[in-house]
Design a protein around this ligand. Structure first.
Ligand SMILES: [Zn+2]
Length: 553
């Protein structure tokens, strides 16, 4: 028998960018192809995708992509992987609709094979038999996967929580999970996002009382901002708005798009003429309208930011408005959200946040949900996935200390780029690859290479020095003073003669150089760069980016 290889390309030890290769012999499937939001964002990189070049070595083995659900951090990189490897994609109807929209933007829809599957479906892809288990989460039509191989069964949870009373769709399908668990599960790859949170994650229904109170007590206009994909939440707002006699107007492209698809597919349901367009909404009295808006993370291009800063088509937040932020803060967005709230307060709005009222619940499993998952699936091994290292570690600690039958060596912590070999006898990391993520420019959607981002980082920390040296084309002699200029270099006082000293150092270096080293211009250029670098480091102790230009006259 061969072993199964588990190779995460993203999503382990970081938030987002979920993607994993699962290989058996010479066949490999990919689970999810998500986007990430890298910490390099101050350097002009808004998104990242997994390093799919790494999959080149498995090109002949790749057979399919399976998507667990439609969140950006699970499907956002689909167009990038499909451009490199044209593989069939399997997922639920709703997830594929979201994926289609993305592929359409890249004009790729004609070239890809999308296969729709339903809960409990079992598909065969080579040696893999994949069973789709209905999972509850903040989005709809989500799956956990049972991946059957000749060597044993893996359960990949996807994102999940054990919600007994979701707003849309049935509860998590624990019955199917139990059946598979009873048949024997080799490993459980389990979402760690909320593994630091004790207890059970509240049901999607848990926000209903707070929203009923808010609708009851709000006399003026009501704005509710949530993730555009939180369909359970949107349905709750629709229902309560209807109950309290308010119409609903959806503002923001991504939310309008999702609502449109979900209405079309009968996932969202609205009462009679509940949804109105902006023109109609503005003609209604203040207590007759509820606006659903994007931008709960303080995104500067989203509707709520524009409303809060007076830059939305003739409409803005005014005194007497109530704004509900019905979302959690995604790590990294704290500052933007804080600025957004500042703008809202300045305009006299009343703000209701998660901290003060139960207007948001998580879509991820807390510790007691994880316990239910492990006890139902009864795996031989647990591999924590989806989350920063702290969360993976805490999942391991929780299971070890609170679920009977699991010891240290039954719960395996892995990292992106690891190759985890697993079979009935054991689980072991046999290789560790260093995977740089691929950075994407959000404007052009083009790749930005790793070196460019590294240079930008260096520029931000150390500034730049440019050196221009002018030589006689024939005699190779210096015919002007070397020009040195500084941009954003700390500890430099233009009055203290540092520029002059740098000039002197360069002139001396050129005088000391052998003629043949000057004649070879690229060698000469590199030498000058190194000389100037050493000089600056010695004198002021920083490492700016140095740009050298040779002018020949
Ligand atoms: Zn998700």
């Amino acid at each position: 028998m061969s072993k199964i290889e588990i190779i995460p390309l993203g999503g382990i030890g970081e938030f987002g960018m979920n993607c994993m290769g699962i290989r058996y012999r010479d066949e490999m499937i990919i689970v999810d192809a998500g986007m990430g939001f890298p910490e390099e964002s101050p350097y002009g990189v808004d998104i990242s995708v997994p390093n799919f070049d790494f999959l080149e070595e498995y090109r002949d083995d790749l057979t399919a992509i399976i998507l667990t659900h439609g969140h950006e951090d699970h499907i956002g990189a689909l167009s990038w992987i499909l451009r490199k490897f044209n593989l069939p994609v399997y997922s639920s109807r709703f997830t594929l609709s979201l994926a289609e929209k993305r592929l359409e933007e890249f004009d790729m829809l004609g070239d890809v094979m999308l296969h729709r599957v339903k809960p409990k479906d079992v598909i065969e892809i080579g040696s893999f038999k994949i069973e789709f288990i209905h999972a509850s989460h903040s989005l709809v039509e989500c799956f956990s996967l049972a991946i059957h191989t000749p060597e044993g069964t893996l359960i990949h949870t996807g994102d999940y929580k054990i919600d007994d009373t979701p707003v849309i769709g049935p509860p998590y399908d624990l019955k199917t999970l139990k059946r598979i668990g009873d048949e024997g599960v080799l490993a459980l790859l389990c979402d760690s996002t909320n593994s630091t949170v004790p207890g059970r994650t509240p049901s999607e229904q848990a926000v209903v009382p707070a929203f009923e109170e808010i609708f009851e007590e709000t006399p003026g206009r009501l704005f509710v901002s949530t993730f555009s994909s939180s369909l359970h939440r949107l349905q709750i707002i629709f229902d309560i708005a209807h109950e309290f006699g308010r119409k609903v107007c959806v503002i923001g492209r991504s939310m309008q798009k999702n609502v449109e698809i979900a209405l079309e597919q009968g996932i969202l349901k609205t009462g009679h003429e509940l949804l109105v367009d902006l023109g109609t909404a503005r003609s209604l009295d203040d207590d007759e309208i509820c606006y659903l808006v994007t931008g709960s993370q303080g995104e500067m291009r989203a509707a709520l930011w524009n409303l809060a800063t007076g830059s939305y088509k003739g409409m803005e937040i005014e005194p007497g408005d109530t704004v509900v932020l019905s979302a959690r803060i995604i790590p990294g967005n704290e500052k933007n959200i804080s600025r957004l709230i500042g703008h809202l307060y300045k305009r006299g709005a009343n703000i209701i946040e998660e901290k003060r009222r139960l207007v948001h619940v998580s879509g991820h499993a807390s510790q007691e949900d994880i316990r239910i998952m492990v006890e139902t699936a009864q795996p031989r091994f647990v591999v924590p996935i989806h989350g920063e290292y702290r969360m993976l570690f805490r999942q391991k600690e929780f299971i070890k200390n609170h679920v009977a039958g699991y010891d240290d060596h039954d719960i395996i912590l892995i990292e992106n780029g690891n190759v985890l070999e697993i079979d009935q006898h054991g689980a072991q990391v046999v290789a560790k690859h260093d995977l740089h993520k691929t950075f994407i420019d959000e404007e052009s959607m083009d790749e930005i290479d790793y070196e460019t981002v590294r240079d930008r980082k260096k520029l931000a920390y150390g500034g730049a020095i440019s050196l221009v040296v002018t030589l006689d084309k024939k005699t190779h002699e210096l015919i002007a003073e070397p020009q040195v200029s500084f941009q954003g270099v700390a500890n430099i006082d233009p009055m203290n003669g540092f520029g002059r000293q740098a000039q002197d150092a360069i002139r001396k270096a050129i005088t000391d150089m052998k003629r043949e080293h000057i004649v070879d211009r690229s060698y000469f250029k590199e030498n000058l760069r190194v000389e100037l670098k050493r000089f600056v480091q010695r004198e002021i102790g920083t490492k700016p980016v140095i740009v050298t230009t040779i002018v020949e006259v």
